[in-house]
Design a protein around this ligand. Structure first.
Ligand code: AOF
Ligand code: ZN
Length: 362
């Protein structure tokens, strides 16, 4: 059904789509190409959140009348109203294209095949499924958001060969190489938020910034029931403090909350957080619904890693292993319930190695 030329055009859509990766989230990355008589006559991509859709851009950039052309788009054109931009299907139909080829059906329940159906009913030849696995991989975050109504969760654990994340509970051990640190900064930029427990803030005083890579600064989320932090913690004092969000309980000390707000950070109280026992699902709901966080990088420490895994809240696990045997220290997990993962890739980072696992699909 699909030719080599079709594949080439869809790969071009992916490349265009990726250009929006830092700016469209939590929207999907979408690219579109218009082809007439075997030649590309227009291209476009979704450039920023709330901005025009890829198809709109492609028609706008068209150098010829698109009547009779083929529109390639990695995602099904949208057909739903009451959102930031008008639906794309009426535009596609009005431009009289002859054929529409997509990689993936839009998992957004407001669309999910209805866009394709509308175009078919208008007499357009509509085909879907071209390079759909690549398309789903590209937009795995958006797909997961739509399916589970929560952020995509990546756990990043840097540890010694014998499985320790630091020498002790309150002492930071600088384990990894510069290449591994750069890799972590790229990971941060690739997520909309990073998350740590209050223990990690107290022990490591992390900055959680993107310093050694290019990309946007994610929201820094710290969980704490007690709100016991050092006044000088970097996440409260550095220039990104407006990108710090503390999640606490409704029982939290009001005075402490006021103090934190006075520092210019944000504080959110979640209803079911009791005695430091964090209801992670509720927390994720807040991040997704209220803060539009589509992807979350969990950076520790032990209790947080354990809780996420025990709640089965994990889409990707990235283990950074550094060739040192500490002999003793703080293990990555405490009382973990076991489950299986599947290997995705292995990356060499100078002397260290990153092993990337995905949730095992059932
Ligand atoms: C398309 N082309 O380029 C994108 C689509 O708030 P809006 O108006 O930007 O709509 C966002 C929804 O539109 C999003 O949830 C997804 O279903 C679809 N994204 N659709 O036809 C695009 N970015
Ligand atoms: Zn659209």
């Amino acid at each position: 059904m699909f030719s080599q030329f079709d594949k080439k055009m869809m790969r071009r859509c992916f490349t265009l789509a990726r250009k929006g990766r830092f700016k469209v989230r939590p929207n999907p990355m979408v690219g579109a190409v218009l082809v007439k008589n075997g030649r590309v006559i227009g291209e476009g991509y979704h450039r920023y959140f709330g901005g025009p859709h890829a198809e709109v851009e492609a028609f706008q950039n068209a150098t010829e009348d698109p009547t009779g052309a083929t529109l390639y788009c990695n995602l099904e054109p949208c057909c739903h109203a009451n959102k930031k931009t008008p639906p794309c299907t009426p535009l596609v139909i009005s431009k009289k294209v002859a054929r529409v080829v997509v990689a993936n059906i839009d998992p957004n329940p407001d669309v999910s095949g209805k866009g394709l159906q509308q175009m078919r009913e208008a007499g357009i030849q509509v085909e879907s499924g071209l390079l759909q696995e690549e398309g789903a991989e590209l937009n795995r975050v958006f797909f997961l958001n739509m399916k589970e109504n929560r952020p995509f969760i990546t756990l990043k654990i840097a540890r010694s060969l014998d499985g320790f994340i630091s020498e002790s509970r309150d002492k930071q051990t600088w384990l990894t190489s510069e290449k591994a640190i750069k890799f972590v900064h790229r990971l941060r930029a690739a997520h909309q938020a990073v998350l740590v427990g209050a223990g990690t803030v107290r022990a490591d005083d992390p900055q959680l910034t993107v310093r050694m890579a290019r990309g946007p600064q994610p929201l820094r989320v710290a969980l704490s029931a007690s709100l016991i932090f050092s006044d000088r913690a970097q996440i409260f004092t550095d220039r990104f403090r407006d990108k710090t969000l503390i999640i606490t309980t409704q029982q939290a000390d009001k005075e402490k909350i006021e103090q934190l707000l006075g520092k210019g950070v944000r504080v959110e109280s979640a209803p079911d957080l009791t005695n430091g026992n964090i209801n992670l699902r509720l927390l994720l709901e807040i991040l997704w619904q209220k803060f539009k966080i589509g992807s979350l990088l969990v950076e520790g420490g032990q209790q947080i890693f354990t809780n996420f895994l025990n709640e089965r809240l994990l889409d990707e696990l990235i283990l950074i292993e550094t060739p040192v045997l500490l002999g003793q220290g703080l293990p990555a997990f405490d009382r973990l319930r076991g489950h299986f993962l599947q290997l995705k890739t292995i990356k060499k980072l100078g002397p260290d190695v990153a092993i990337i696992y995905r949730k095992k699909e059932r």
